[in-house]
Design a protein around this ligand. Structure first.
Ligand SMILES: NC(=O)c1ccc[n+]([C@@H]2O[C@H](COP(=O)([O-])OP(=O)(O)OC[C@H]3O[C@@H](n4cnc5c(N)ncnc54)[C@H](O)[C@@H]3O)[C@@H](O)[C@H]2O)c1
Ligand SMILES: O=P(O)(O)OC[C@@H](O)[C@@H](O)[C@H](O)[C@H](O)CO
Length: 382
């Protein structure tokens, strides 16, 4: 069995690649970072170091890497004969992966079992986004190639910090992981990934994950950055920040309970586990990584506006979520292009226009006035 995985970065090597290896797949990483591709090809194995309570080392073998920028045909040829394609490149990069998958499908033996495609990104319906991109790029050819693949959405959870330079291709990760995958698209032949669980309805899983792990993580990062703290674990050790994170997650849990009927006690336990994961002192994670791309994180269906808008529509509390969005607006990180853009736009756009263009909220929405107000306050602070 063979899997092509796009994005040999933190989660690609430290989670998706590891679980595919454990499932028995030969791994072909595809990336655009030439030094990373070379480093992977120079190694015959790499180690995933799980740090913190219960962690152990896991060794990955049986992989190689291709550069999809300089050698796209090699990637296409591999996809044509693969069983599985996964991605962990970031939701905005999926459109650049699509042409390779499309060309691989065009080359694929129509009698072969369908390629199993799973995008492992922090976004609702990431695989649908990839499939829609492939369909749009295929145009009239879509009818011919669409039967050669099945597309399943997934929710992936493992904290993998940025890896320090000069440490080769080993990866430091937390011990915890969860990978939930839609069962339906695979029929009787799901991919062989023993560490994953297959579910009939992914919506509660992806929303619970994104609106708890990622909402809480980003809240910790933005309040931490405001307080001049670098590490996520240090930010959460600050009682004032921890209280704000807890308040934010109580709001998202109330929403998850209302929308998906999730059990309040189980959600409380889920939140407690997550806060323990963030506090892991052995994990060198930073507010810069977790806060990265604030414009994406403030967009309509993401970790703040997604749950806050839905909560406001139901008359549920959004006070803590809106305060966390206020902290996001203060995220000023010169190395992050979206942070630079965010700060620039706060200086040049009026509050109402900024609120609509960044959050996708329309002026009549029940959340709009509260968000516009924190935008105004941020602008007044310049
Ligand atoms: N790190 C985590 O804790 C974590 C956990 C769950 C989900 N995720 C999600 O996984 C995705 C990747 O995150 P990451 O932390 O591994 O980021 P990363 O920056 O470490 O890895 C992304 C990799 O994608 C590569 N890439 C960029 N453009 C590409 C292209 N066109 N084709 C192939 N490769 C390309 C980059 O060179 C890089 O190696 C994101 O969607 C993220 O939200 C991350
Ligand atoms: O990857 P992002 O930028 O969407 O979010 C940053 C972190 O919150 C994220 O990478 C988490 O570490 C991960 O989602 C944990 O499963």
């Amino acid at each position: 069995m063979k899997a092509v995985h796009f994005g040999a970065g933190n989660i690609g090597r430290g989670f998706v690649g590891l679980l595919l290896h454990e499932g028995g797949y030969d791994l072909v990483f595809s990336d655009v970072a030439a030094p990373l591709v070379d480093a992977i090809n120079a190694a015959s194995e790499y180690t995933v170091h799980e740090v913190g309570e219960g962690g152990s080392d896991k060794v990955v073998t049986g992989f190689r890497a291709l550069n999809s920028q300089t050698d796209p045909q090699a990637v296409v040829d591999e996809i044509a004969t693969s069983d599985v394609v996964t991605t962990a490149v970031g939701p905005t990069i999926l459109k650049f992966v699509a042409p390779h998958v499309l060309a691989g499908l065009a080359l694929r033996d129509p009698a072969a079992p369908p390629l199993q495609v799973m995008a492992c990104e922090n976004a609702i319906g990431a695989t649908d986004i990839l499939r829609d991109e492939i369909r749009a790029q295929a145009g009239d050819a879509w009818d011919a190639v669409s039967a050669r693949a099945v597309f399943a959405n997934t929710a992936v959870d493992r904290i993998v910090p940025a890896q320090p330079p000069g440490e080769g291709v080993d990866v430091t990760v937390e011990p915890f992981f969860e990978w939930a995958i839609e069962r339906g698209p695979f029929g009787d032949t799901p991919p062989s990934i023993p560490g994953a669980h297959f579910v009939d309805d992914l919506a509660p899983y992806i929303e619970r994950k994104l609106f708890t792990v990622n909402t809480g993580h980003a809240t910790t990062a933005y309040f931490g950055a405001q307080a001049g703290i670098e590490r996520i674990s240090d930010a959460l050790a600050d009682p004032a920040i921890a209280a704000k994170v807890s308040a934010t997650l109580e709001e998202t849990s109330a929403l998850l309970e209302a929308v998906h009927g999730l059990d309040a006690a189980e959600l409380a336990e889920y939140r407690a586990t997550i806060l323990r994961r963030f506090a892991n002192p052995a994990l060198p994670d930073t507010v810069g990584r977790v806060g990265r791309q604030p414009l994406r994180k403030l967009s309509r269906h993401e970790r703040f506006v997604g749950p806050a808008a839905a909560a406001a529509e139901r008359g549920l509390s959004t006070t803590a979520l809106v305060a966390a969005m206020g902290a996001a607006l203060a995220f000023d990180e010169p190395d992050d292009a979206q942070s630079v853009d965010l700060q620039q736009r706060l200086r040049t756009e009026d509050a109402a226009a900024f609120t609509t263009s960044v959050t996708g909220l329309e002026p009549g929405h029940p959340l709009f006035a509260a968000v516009e107000e924190i935008v105004r306050r941020r602008q007044a602070a310049f």
